[in-house]
Design a binder for this molecule. Structure first.
Ligand code: GLA
Length: 722
């Protein structure tokens, strides 16, 4: 898969469908020659190198002017641009030493080809059938080594990039920028799609032509954020769901990130992606290493759906570590929107009884069970059961008797000023010497850059888990980072706080998930404020949004699924009155199905509706939604309706969800399906008729007769006729 053509100095990475090629030029810079569909001959690519304009330099040793022998130019497509030389497009890394210089210039030393993907220190990373080129570069003045890792997967159109920096000198240096990758593409005729938003409106679709100059998609909020998601993609102009070049990017990271495009006068496209360099600085002592997070690039020559499908398979097969992910995900009932903080043991027991009637398999007690937590003003940080409020042993026994699993809510990285933890250890919160500490939801952020704090939370959670053997933990994170100052770090290391908070999150989550491998962790951050690949490495599921009303949720669900598999999208039916339960349930079926309501108030008809939907989920989730292939048939950002279709791998079953937003009178409408076997015959539950796969894919499902009220839907099950 990775070959080196010694004579041409070309390194070629490919699998059955994509190819990538790098050339080591005379000056010692790795030039990116090609990224696209697999080629049969990579040695031919030298002719793509531009002519003329070669850089010259003054050679201090000989006092002569020289030109780089093989025509290296300042705008050559590179894997890592130098900083502070003629190339001004934006380097992915800047290192400073005691001289105060900013100039950073890594040149090629050697490379090797190894099996597998690199394992990063303290960071989640990809795994599976792949090969890596480990390209060693050195800045001789700074005495810093850089490993450029390029990993290609055998059975997926995915390339993973990252750097490892190593201080091989005798003096400290400081990284003031340490991004994960650079990718230079020959032209800028792309539209950039990114997903911005806010609480309850996560992952809104935005598409703009790549501009002249700079565009950045980034977060400086301390988490990957609801405001911008790290998943972005480039669509060649005119590309559609099935046609054209699409290049998707994501970062295996949960903190501040920056995706930056730069196009200069030549109109070539220069991309850098990685940790946001705002307020970032990292001291590297002699012998120390710094690993950047991995950037994941998915290439499709056949439109956006192929890219989505590649990400879906990559995340499930090459990222997630939760061993039971390939198993079925249980129907979940969460207590939050039903009773918020206002519950006692009897109420929860009655919830469990009624949740059973609608197919619940996992009951989750959300916020409010610990410390003095009766409102959101107190208690965070004190993870002991409030025994006066709730008898958790009884609740768990009640679940077990009914064959239900039991789960609980935590928010480990936070503290309320009104808590025993904060009263005993005010220094455990971020912020130092500031007369004002910004509160958000009445809480402060714990200093997870401090190992003692992480250790304290570990001990508290372990004590709980050893007494209460739960099956599931919802791990919440309800504020952004501010006053990013750690009392545990010296002044010159305060630039490390943002990244160390993320490392602390991974350290605690990693330790708990490995010590309690059977517990399913679900990520959460005020809804979907930390929906990212770093979290998915540990948590096979993330609560997608606090907004379950179809009004917003149609877009949230569809857009999230462009980059993330449905099997990780935590989705619940709530009790808002915007749409009937069946509609909300149909939407939640295209995710991991659950409930969030007062179950005591359901009418017999509602119970019957929801129980029926839970049966559909149980029957089809694993084979069709989870392991199947997802097609985005109609995008909600393009019109008044949305349609998604999933097909099982053996093509024997498919689920189709059509949903509209505003009311619509009858109109001619045929839904052309995808992914079925043209020759096999299938029955559909829309009108119970039987047709060939070819008919469904060429003629389509006839939705013409229907009058659609606001937020109404059709959930159609297609099954093969024997
Ligand atoms: C966040 C979550 C909710 C719920 C509350 C509890 O807002 O997104 O689902 O868990 O916290 O306080």
């Amino acid at each position: 898969m990775i070959r080196y053509f010694r004579q041409e100095r070309i390194l070629a990475l490919d699998n059955d469908s994509i190819g990538y090629a790098v050339y080591f030029n005379d000056a010692g810079y790795p030039e990116t020659l090609y990224f696209g569909k697999r080629l049969s001959d990579y040695t031919d690519l030298l002719s793509t190198r531009g002519k003329g304009g070669a850089l010259s330099y003054y050679d201090m040793a000989t006092g002569k002017e020289r030109t780089f022998a093989d025509n290296y130019r300042a705008d050559a497509p590179l894997e890592i641009s130098p900083h502070g030389r003629s190339d001004k497009r934006g380097a992915p890394v800047i290192v400073r030493d005691a001289s105060g210089s900013f100039v950073t210039d890594f040149r090629y030393c050697r490379h090797k080809i190894v099996r597998g993907a690199p394992e990063l220190e303290g960071l989640p990373h990809a795994h599976g059938a792949c090969e890596t080129a480990d390209i060693v570069l050195e800045d001789k003045r700074l005495r810093v080594r850089a490993h450029l890792y390029l990993t290609i997967f055998a059975d997926k159109d995915v390339l993973v990039k990252s750097f490892r920096f190593e201080n091989i000198g005798r003096k400290k240096v400081r990284l003031t920028r340490a991004m994960s990758m650079q990718l230079d593409l020959p032209h800028m005729d792309y539209d950039l799609v990114h997903f911005h938003g806010r609480w309850a409106k996560e992952r809104d679709y935005a598409e703009n032509p790549v501009p002249d100059g700079v565009q950045e998609v980034s977060s400086n909020l301390g988490r990957s954020s609801a405001e911008e998601n790290p998943f972005v993609y480039l669509k060649e102009r005119g590309a559609t769901t099935d046609h054209g070049e699409v290049i998707g990017f994501n970062l295996i990271y949960s903190g501040n990130f920056k995706f930056r495009t730069f196009t200069g006068p030549s109109h070539a496209l220069h991309i850098t992606y990685g940790i946001n360099d705002e307020d970032f600085e990292w001291t590297l002592a002699p012998g120390e290493l710094f690993d950047t997070p991995q950037a994941v690039i998915a290439y499709s020559a056949e439109g956006t759906d192929r890219m989505s499908q590649t990400f879906h398979r990559f995340i499930r097969e090459n990222l997630m570590t939760y061993a039971a992910d390939r198993d079925y995900k249980p129907v979940l009932f969460n207590s939050w929107e039903g009773c918020y903080f206002d519950f006692d043991t009897d109420l929860i027991l009655s919830y469990i009884d009624d949740a059973c009637k609608i197919g619940t398999e996992l009951f989750v007690l959300d916020d409010g069970w610990f410390g003095a937590r009766n409102t959101d003003c107190a208690g965070l940080g004190d993870w002991t059961v409030n025994r006066e409020k709730i008898d958790l042993h009884r609740v768990m026994a009640h679940c077990r008797e009914r064959g239900l699993r039991f789960g609980i809510w935590f928010e480990p990285e936070m503290v309320n000023p009104d808590s025993d933890l904060f009263r005993a250890h005010p220094e455990y919160a971020l912020g130092w010497g500031d007369p004002e500490l910004s509160l958000a939801r009445h809480q402060l952020h714990l200093d997870f850059a401090n190992d003692d704090v992480v250790g304290n939370l570990y001990a508290q959670m372990k004590a709980f888990l050893d007494e209460y053997p739960v099956d599931y933990i919802k791990w919440d994170y309800n504020r952004i980072v501010s006053e990013h100052i750690s009392q545990a770090l010296p002044p010159e290391r305060q630039g490390e706080v943002y990244h160390r908070l993320v490392l602390g999150y991974y350290a605690l989550l990693g330790r708990l998930t490995s010590e309690y491998p059977h517990i399913m962790f679900e990520g959460c951050a005020s809804g979907g404020g930390r929906f990212d690949l770093g979290t998915l490495y540990y948590c096979p599921q993330i609560w997608c949004s606090d907004e379950s009303d179809p009004a917003q949720r149609i877009d949230i669900q569809f857009n999230t699924s462009l980059g993330y598999p449905l099997s990780c999208i935590g989705s619940h039916v709530n009790d808002s009155k915007v749409a009937p339960y069946a509609t909300k349930a149909a939407l939640a079926l295209f995710g991991t199905y659950g409930y969030e309501m007062n179950p005591n108030r359901l009418t017999p008809e509602e119970i019957a509706d929801l129980a029926r939907m839970a049966e559909i989920y149980k029957k089809y989730h694993r084979a069709v939604i989870s392991d199947g292939t997802l097609y985005h048939l109609r995008a909600p950002y393009e019109g008044n309706d949305m349609c998604m279709q999933c097909v099982s791998q053996d093509k024997s079953a498919s689920l189709v969800l059509f949903m509209n937003k505003l009311k619509e009178p009858e109109q001619s409408r045929f839904l052309r399906l995808k992914g079925l076997d043209a020759k096999r015959r299938y029955r559909n539950t829309l009108d119970q008729s039987v047709h060939t796969g070819e008919y469904y894919m060429r003629v389509g499902l006839n939705l013409s007769f229907s009058w659609f009220d606001e937020f109404s839907h059709r959930l159609i099950v297609i099954t093969e006729e024997n």
